[in-house]
Write a new protein. Sequence first.
Lengths: 92, 165
Amino acid sequence: MSGRVLRTKVLMHVLLVPFLIFALFPFYHMLLTSLKQDRELYDRHAVPLVIKQGPTLEHYTKLLWETEFLTWTKNSLLVTVLATTASGRASS
Amino acid sequence: MTYLVPTSLLFLPLAQVINWIGLADSKWALVVTYPTFLVPFCTWLLMGYFRTVPKEVEECAMVDGATRIQALWRIVLPIAIPGLVCAVLFAFTLSWNEFIYALTFTSSSEQITASVGVTSELIRGDIYFWGELMAGAILGSVPIVVLYVFFLDYYVSGLTAGAVK
């Protein structure tokens, strides 16, 4: 690979970085919010883009054991798998 | 038809049909109604893919003594597997993310799907349980990510390259 081609390639990838950040930011924010402690989450003076007071899995345990999230996911899987196989068979 | 009328209007008559066949507030209502938009979608997607399979392949099979159905089933369908995988992937994503039908046809906590459950039970009035909501969003996107990673090799391959000499 000649130097010119390599340079164009590198430049192209660098130009793509803003789009990558734009696409991945919502997931970053989702992950951050789910790992933050409630105290920091509802603090109006805290910086929302970083975790300062340490991560916690409290929200995940609450979601899994105190709501019926597992039932909902099971329903989702059942409905999706059945509907998808039915449609795939019907249309092929 | 399902693509001409927006889902946000179509759920009204469909809800009546669901009531009429006695599936109100049941996840089976969703199993019945999702194919109304999945079947046209898959057909449309596969139509494009089947068109890329050369006619000569089918003719070769029929010269070798296969009937038309056999040629379709044993020759064309295996060639179209990347397209089929692609259609199944998109159909899975579509019905996993479906919201309006799931919200209107089911309501009790044992029958709702994940997308409805997270938004209806983790938002009480004007109180948002942000942590649990986002945890649910993360966990809810895992199956689709896993599926895409698993099937990535299949649906980027072009199998018909070099089939006709």
